[in-house]
Each structure stands twice: as C-alpha cells, then as structure tokens.
Ligand binder design. Structure first.
Ligand SMILES: NC(=O)c1ccc[n+]([C@@H]2O[C@H](COP(=O)([O-])OP(=O)(O)OC[C@H]3O[C@@H](n4cnc5c(N)ncnc54)[C@H](OP(=O)(O)O)[C@@H]3O)[C@@H](O)[C@H]2O)c1
Length: 237
C-alpha cells in the first residue's frame, strides 16, 4: 500500500486530497497544526470509508521547532510515504506578523518550512521512499515581480512566499532528477485561505470560487494527469 503525506490536510484542498487518496487506496498521513481538526477529518473519512488507513502528525509550519518534532514523530511511527504534498498555506494581507523564529509568517509557513520539511525528509529514513513531491503554489506568485505599493500590503508578501517556494522546488527537481517534483497552481478555490481578506473580497471569492469549491477539486484534481497541465504554465520564472 502506498502512503501520501499531506500538509494542511484538515481543510480546503488538503482535505479534498485526503478523500481522493483514500478513495484510491492510499494510506494517508495528515500533517496538521491542530490535532483536533485533524481528528475530525479522520473521523469524517472513516465514516465514509470504514477501512481507511489515516493517521495524523502534528506540524506547525510557523515554527522550525515543530518541523523538527514532526520529522522525529515520523521517524518514530516508521511510516515512509511515497508521495509528499506541501499544501498548507496562509494568506495574511496587510498585517506583517513575525513568527517566534523572527520570520514573516507567510514566508515561513508557505515557503521556508515547506522546503525544510522536504529537505529534512529527503535526508532521513522517513523520506527514503519518496517518489513524488507536489508543492501547491499560486498564480499570485507573479505579483512578486511587481512590488507596486498598492500590491505590497495585500499580495506581495504572500506572492513572494509562493514565488520563492516555486523557484526552490524547481531547483529541487533539478537536484533530485529521480524525483517527480510538481508545482501546481489550483486557481480560485472557495476555502478558508480567504478568511483573512476584507469581507468584500471574501464575498467576491465566494462568487468566483463557486465553480471550483474544494469538494469539487477532489473530482477534478488528478495529480497523476491534469495537474501537469497546470504546473509550470503559471511559473514563468
Ligand atoms: N483557495 C484558493 O483560491 C487558492 C489559490 C491559490 C493557491 N492556494 C493555495 O492552496 C493551498 C491550500 O489552501 P486552501 O485554499 O485549501 O486553504 P485552507 O482551507 O485555508 O487550507 C490551508 C491549510 O493550511 C493550514 N495551515 C495554515 N497555516 C499553517 C501552519 N502554520 N502550520 C500548518 N498548517 C497550516 C491550515 O490549517 P488551519 O485550518 O489550522 O488554519 C489548513 O489546513 C495553500 O497553499 C494556498 O496558498 C489556494
């Protein structure tokens, strides 16, 4: 049985992917910062698929210490995933928040820690079976090229985190040619990632995101085929 580890698996795209992989017969590791939320998803999944093999590990990407603890936890439980999906992300417009590691919150969550998890796993026994790595980026990474003052507050820091992550995962693909490294842009999806935006934009997102709501993603998002078309179309770096 193959195993997939999904970060940010308790909500939105990550949760939809959990269900998709369970349906395909994978064992799924949910890497989430909130144990209760992870447990709720596991409970929900088991209600639909009684035989589902789903476990959770604690991972708060805004803390390097938590990344280290998560790797230790993976080593301890001894499950070695074949697929690693770096999906967790946050968009925090306007406010500049520093983590306890003195990094900008989005930059650490969306980029630094996602890369750190990947590199730590690739150099530890828990990552020795990894065949495929998927980084969930965003079309917004284009905005990082244009540090126009009006964009700075709303998009720029989020965009920069996705831009640098995209560049880093492209480099990773070159560094590890044996790995199938994919970077995808999901497009507009109705999910909690919009919750920190002003209410008027949340309303717009509700309208724009309707056609691609997270539950539908699990039907339309086939990581083994369709996403390839979405990948690097958005990259252009
Ligand atoms: N939705 C869109 O329109 C859209 C468009 C382009 C790209 N994306 C990208 O798609 C990915 C998934 O987002 P989504 O739309 O599914 O949003 P979502 O429902 O908000 O899911 C984001 C997930 O990331 C987790 N997360 C946030 N901060 C974290 C941290 N410090 N440590 C660990 N996990 C953390 C969240 O956990 P909590 O529930 O605990 O907060 C949640 O599980 C993100 O990388 C996002 O940037 C989304």
């Amino acid at each position: 049985m193959k195993t997939v580890l999904i970060t940010g698996a308790n909500s939105g795209i990550g949760k939809a992917l959990v269900i998709k992989y369970v349906q395909e017969g994978y064992q799924v590791i949910l890497a989430c910062r909130d144990d209760d939320k992870a447990r709720d998803v596991i409970h929900e999944v088991r209600e639909i698929h009684s035989g589902a093999r789903v476990v959770s590990v604690c991972l708060d990407l805004s803390s390097f210490e938590s990344v280290s603890n998560c790797i230790m936890q993976l080593e301890k439980i001894g499950i070695k995933p074949q697929v690693l999906i770096l999906n967790a992300g946050i968009h925090m417009p306007y406010r500049v928040i520093l983590t306890k590691d003195k990094q900008e919150l989005q930059y650490q969550t969306n980029f630094l820690s996602a890369l750190l998890v990947t590199l730590r796993m690739l150099t530890q026994p828990c990552g020795q079976n990894i065949e495929q790595i998927v980084y969930v980026s965003s079309q917004a990474h284009h905005v990082a090229r244009f540090p126009i003052p009006t964009l700075v507050g709303f998009w720029y820091r989020y965009a920069l985190s996705k831009f640098d992550a995209t560049a880093a995962f492209l480099m990773l693909a070159k560094r590890y040619p044996r790995l199938d490294v994919r970077i995808l842009s999901p497009g507009g999806v109705l999910s909690n990632v919009h919750r920190n935006k002003p209410w008027i934009l949340q309303l717009m997102n509700r309208y724009i995101g309707k056609k691609k709501s997270a539950p539908r993603i699990r039907q339309s998002l086939s990581l083994l085929s369709a996403t390839v078309r979405k990948i690097v179309r958005s990259i252009g770096i």
